[in-house]
Design a protein around this ligand. Structure first.
Ligand code: ITT
Length: 199
């Protein structure tokens, strides 16, 4: 069995592929099928994850898993949220986004820098699946004053998980997968998949 991983983000591919490894399924990133990017026109993480999964399933004819995720900063009323990858503009790099967020939080004291990552994973058996499996995770923390660490991707160098004193870019990949928003959503998916596939 082969499923398509409906993301163009290499950071997500690395994390999801290793966590999906125990499944007896070949997980193939959408880049191997030349799936073009689809506009994320939804207004929620759930809508955008469904759009991406449906698009990849339609083009490949395979079952698809998509991830829509982002960072919500409380003192910015939940921004950048669903716009996290495009916070500093359509072509923004991770470091552009990080820089913009640090500038937006300039002068904000530590206790007011609370934030959380959210992840929505959608599994669709086929492009017209009317009841996709939807699993979610969230990871609370604080936004650091400056970036630290080389691991992970995106906003990891400025995200200090609750109960930690280092950023998400300073912990191991295994540690991150155990506790992150994506790790939580994926654990839920893995536990619900058997009943979902064999009702
Ligand atoms: P795809 O749509 O192709 O999956 P994307 O990067 O555009 O890739 P999203 O629209 O879901 O995906 O945006 C997610 C952004 O949220 C991502 O680019 C990061 O900036 C941020 N993000 C999500 N999970 C993260 C994590 O584990 N660590 C750091 N940043 C994360």
């Amino acid at each position: 069995m082969k499923w398509v991983l409906a993301t163009g983000n290499q950071g997500k591919v690395k994390e999801l592929a290793s966590m999906l490894a125990p499944l007896d399924v070949e997980i193939v990133p959408q880049s191997e099928f030349d799936v073009p990017e689809v506009p994320e026109t939804g207004t929620t993480f759930v809508e955008n994850a469904i759009i991406k999964a449906r698009h990849a399933a339609r083009i490949t004819g395979l079952s698809a898993i998509a991830d829509d995720s982002g960072l919500e900063v409380d003192c910015l009323q939940g921004k950048p949220g669903i716009y996290s990858s495009r916070y500093a503009g359509e072509q923004a790099s991770d470091s552009d986004n990080v820089e913009k967020l640090l500038t937006a939080l300039n002068g904000v004291p530590p206790q007011q820098r609370t934030a959380r990552f959210r992840c929505v994973l959608v599994f669709m058996r086929h492009a017209d699946d009317p009841t996709p499996l939807i699993c979610q995770g969230r990871w609370n923390g604080n936004i650091a004053q400056i970036a630290f660490g080389d691991g992970g991707f995106g906003y990891d160098p400025i995200f200090i998980p609750s109960d930690m004193t280092v950023t998400a870019a300073e912990i191991t990949k295994q540690q991150k997968n155990k506790i992150s928003h994506r790790g939580q959503a994926l654990n839920a998916l893995l536990s619900e998949l058997p009943a979902f596939l064999n009702p």
